[in-house]
Design a protein around this ligand. Structure first.
Ligand code: MIG
Length: 884
């Protein structure tokens, strides 16, 4: 409310160019506010890899302001900037490469960033830089004329209205011990009218103009039964915004963990022409421009400008700062069966057996809060689960895993060791009076562990030790829920902002980081219990920038309605673009009961999404996949089996996400950055670069309209192998059996020849390659492979990274990364070449040792698919298949 009183116009900030200092690390200078005369310190630096960072803090604050720790994986490596030009009132800095120029204008203070002469973005050009400096509370102030005025009645009222020192939220009083601390700034993105990112909202892929409505809010909240198309923040946030135009993608990463609002407005402006150029006098063209205004409740301004220039470059830049996706254990890419709740160990065994009985693969069964002794996490309800180890041994024999829930709230109960230990050690968040903060949650009265404290995180991680966590085994993995944190009867169902954390920071400063820290500690615990050997799996509901390093996220309590299936696509794409590849939505919809058709459609979509879990609410009817009649069971089985067969491709994509920060699930536009028609597409998406998936999201759909982008592309039906007519928008007939999936010409997809009962049952199943030819009759693809569960791929380089190339009728298998080695007896059994021009006369396979053998094949004239069979070619060796 206070910031919004500042309207676009001339900024009152002026840069003091006399104060400029240049060092190897950065450029520093001060800016002054013309009215209050408060000095701010500005720091600009260039970071390796086309990133710029701008920091603004008070020059001499009353006390230190909060600077987000632990999100950047390291202090970024900076490059020296050069003073390239000095004219009155303007400071021009350039990068070593001279590709980038930063122009700092003194009055009003503005910064413009150019790439090779093209203005990409400017800051404070609308004059919305806003910085509330720390002040002593009114009661401590000496009476001066200014303070007197501040203390006068009318202004006191105004201060109350605007929540300077305290604010009411319903019956809650937020006391602001440090007064107003808000910061904000505007950015103009030149030439851009497509912006994305800043999850999590139940919103469209393209960020919308907020001028006549609510701003996008980044404030992690537990909103049960949340609406769709809403800009309120839910569960998690990543303050990263991406902007795209045909020849460039840029990003703004606003590193601030307090409540944040983002206003967006896109408009057309006259083209910005260099002064005195011929074009200036020529007829002016209107070009788009997007203004983005960030406003945060506290902290400092610390912003990273990711200069791309491609979308994949911006993903790498963001990962360079916050880390890449952790490589998931293979089992976690299988299907997960969850429910609130699987009642007891009989229930667990029966559901597990149900999958075998119905011949449906699955990897993990989940236990929700009712498995514990009175919602005391790390314990078991002894009646329902008298022998949890035995139950896990049963699952282990079936080559399956267990995930249990571990929430951050701790039941106030002196007899509960976790509580009494944490209390004695002072590990809980405090209230404003210094007592342990108490809130109500599932167990009743609860305290909240202060995960912002590294000592608490270490202690918490130790709780996962097999000796400490009674009844746990190494097939047990973890789910962190309610970590926004959720506080029943709290303001907006979360913790009060004036609660106090480690080092005396108020909750308002760290709010959006709370879940991030819990997942960090949990993942650390799972790694440590295995003495550093095994990869963890931790699902979290709340997240922040960098959460990808610790595991997976899901979109929380969605509803079993078609609209929620539809919105899950842009929601997952947005989370993926914000660095978190391992994401999913509850299949079927958590709240309510899906009609069977919706459930089937959701399984079909989920099978082609990164995290694939069926889940349902306590009040929902049982929803195991075989409860909806033989026909639906059959279709769901088929969807899940397709997922399992596709796992080699998916695992390879996760390796790319892990090593090269490429999102697994991608909006079309990042694969087709020059095709404007793809920029807003959110009813279909790419899985990697090779598969285009168009879920069916309408009831009783008979056909869907699919956009197959790229005029030079060839697309093939993924199941029937037939080449699609020319690209463009096609009307594709659909039945309930499956959803449209297409393979892009020019790609090779590795698959398993068949599905098994779980990923572990599939270790020895052979591979199949789908080679889809492009217009030049070429294709390439990759396969990544390792033991699927340990860190040996990292520490001992035990992995295989293979490449398949089809060129001039020769398919060859070669090594992509010589440093890796992994032995497997698995073979490539079958190869299908899609779009093969004519019936071949013969084909031979030769391995590196010179052995040549003839290959059996069949050719389908109708689809032009060539199938080579009984190949038995080693996965870990080089070979070639020649087709004549
Ligand atoms: O408010 O643990 O989003 O997946 O089943 C309900 C019970 C608390 C919310 C999670 C949901 C989970 C449920 N939890």
């Amino acid at each position: 409310r206070r910031q919004k009183l500042l309207h676009p116009g001339k900024s009152l900030y002026r840069a003091l160019l006399d104060s400029v200092t240049l060092s190897d690390e950065n450029v520093k200078f001060q800016i002054i506010h013309e009215k209050n005369k408060i000095l701010l310190q500005v720091e600009i630096c260039e970071i390796e890899g086309n990133i710029f960072r701008l920091k603004i803090d008070e020059a001499s604050p009353l006390r230190a302001r909060y600077k987000v720790p632990d999100v950047l994986i390291k202090e970024p490596t900076t490059k020296r900037l050069f003073l390239s030009q000095k004219e009155a009132g303007i400071l021009t800095l350039s990068s070593v490469s001279a590709d980038y120029k930063l122009q700092v204008t003194a009055n009003p203070f503005q910064v413009e960033l150019q790439s090779k002469g093209e203005t990409v973005l400017s800051m404070n050009s609308n004059g919305l830089l806003y910085f509330e400096h720390l002040q002593p509370p009114p009661s401590d102030r000496k009476p001066t004329a200014e303070n007197e005025e501040a203390a006068s009645d009318s202004s006191k009222e105004k201060q109350e209205d605007l929540g300077f020192w305290q604010e009411k939220f319903g019956s809650f009083l937020d006391i602001k011990a440090h007064g107003p601390t808000s910061v904000g700034m505007d950015f103009s993105l030149h030439g851009f009218d497509h912006v994305y990112g800043i999850p999590q909202h139940t919103e469209a892929l393209l960020l919308q103009n907020t001028s006549d409505g609510d701003a996008y809010r980044l404030y992690n909240l537990d909103v049960f039964g949340h609406k769709i198309h809403d800009k309120i923040g839910i569960y998690g946030s990543v303050p990263l915004l991406l902007a795209h135009k045909p020849n460039r993608t840029s990003g703004i990463f606003w590193l601030n963990s307090s409540e944040t609002l983002v206003d967006i407005s896109t408009r057309a402006v006259a083209e910005h022409m260099p002064f005195g150029s011929a074009a200036e006098t020529a007829k002016q063209r209107a070009v788009p421009l997007t203004d983005v205004r960030w406003m945060s409740e506290s902290g400092i301004i610390d912003v990273f400008l990711l200069m791309g220039p491609t979308a994949f470059d911006t993903f790498k830049q963001f990962a360079q700062l916050t880390g890449t996706q952790a490589l998931p254990p293979l089992f976690s890419l299988g299907y997960h069966q969850c429910r609130w709740n699987y009642e007891d160990d009989q229930d667990v065994k029966a559901v597990d057996a149900g999958f075998d009985e119905h011949d449906i693969p699955y990897d993990v069964i989940w236990l929700d809060i009712e498995h514990t002794d009175g919602k005391r996490y790390f314990t078991w309800d002894k009646k329902k689960f008298p022998n949890p180890r035995k139950m896990q041994e049963h699952l282990r024999k079936k080559k399956r895993k267990l995930v249990v829930i571990v929430d951050p709230h701790i039941k106030v109960d002196p007899m509960y060791t976790l509580y009494s230990q944490a209390k004695d050690k002072g590990y809980f968040v405090k209230d404003r009076n210094g007592k342990d903060y108490e809130g109500i949650c599932w167990p009743g009265s609860s305290c909240y562990l202060d995960f912002t404290n590294p000592e608490v995180r270490k202690w918490y991680a130790d709780q996962f030790d097999f000796k400490t966590y009674k009844g746990s085994t190494n097939i047990l993995f973890v789910w962190n829920d309610m970590n926004e944190p959720s506080v029943f009867k709290g303001a907006e169902l979360t913790m009060q902002k004036d609660a106090v954390h480690y080092n005396n920071w108020e909750h308002r400063e760290v709010h959006n980081l709370y879940g991030f820290y819990q997942q960090m500690a949990t993942a650390e615990g799972l790694i440590r219990r295995s003495s550093g050997k095994e990869r963890p799996f931790v699902l979290t509901r709340s997240f922040f920038a960098g959460s990808q390093k610790y595991g997976a996220v899901w979109t929380g309590d969605n509803t079993a309605e078609w609209g929620y299936l539809k919105i899950s696509i842009p929601m997952l794409l947005t989370i993926s673009m914000a660095g978190i590849s391992f994401c999913g939505a509850d299949v079927g919809g958590f709240i309510g009961d899906p009609e069977p058709e919706l459930l089937v459609r959701w399984y079909q979509a989920g099978a082609y999404q990164p995290f694939f879990r069926g889940h349902s609410n306590m009040e929902s009817k049982r929803r195991e996949p075989w409860l909806f009649g033989e026909k639906n069971t059959q279709i769901i089985r088929e969807a899940i089996r397709e997922r399992y067969v596709l796992l080699p491709y998916l695992y390879t994509l996760f390796y790319r996400a892990h090593t090269a920060a490429e999102p697994v699930m991608r909006p079309l536009w990042i694969e087709f950055p020059g095709k404007i028609e793809t920029f807003g597409v959110e009813n279909e998406y790419m899985l990697g670069n090779a598969l285009l998936v168009h879920p069916v999201m309408e009831k009783e759909a008979k056909a869907v309209s699919v956009l197959l982008p790229g005029s030079e592309e060839i697309w093939y039906d993924f199941r029937k192998f037939k080449r699609m007519e020319d690209p463009g928008t096609l009307k594709i007939p659909v039945t309930l059996e499956n959803i449209p999936v297409f393979q892009r010409g020019g790609t090779v997809i590795p698959l398993k020849t068949t599905a098994g009962k779980s990923t572990e049952w599939m270790m020895d199943i052979s591979y199949e390659l789908h080679v889809a030819l492009d217009i030049e009759a070429c294709a390439t693809g990759e396969l990544y492979l390792d033991d699927g569960h340990s860190f040996q791929y990292l520490h001992k380089k035990q992995f295989l990274y293979r490449k398949f190339t089809f060129h001039k009728n020769i398919l060859s298998s070669s090594c992509t990364d010589e440093s890796g080695q992994y032995h497997t007896t698995c073979v490539v059994e079958r190869v299908v070449v899609l779009g093969f021009g004519q019936q071949p006369t013969f084909a031979t396979a030769c391995s590196k040792d010179g052995k040549v053998k003839e290959v059996v094949f069949t050719y389908d004239m109708k689809t032009c698919a060539l199938t080579l069979e009984n190949l038995a070619l080693s996965v870990d060796a080089d070979w070639e298949i020649c087709i004549n």
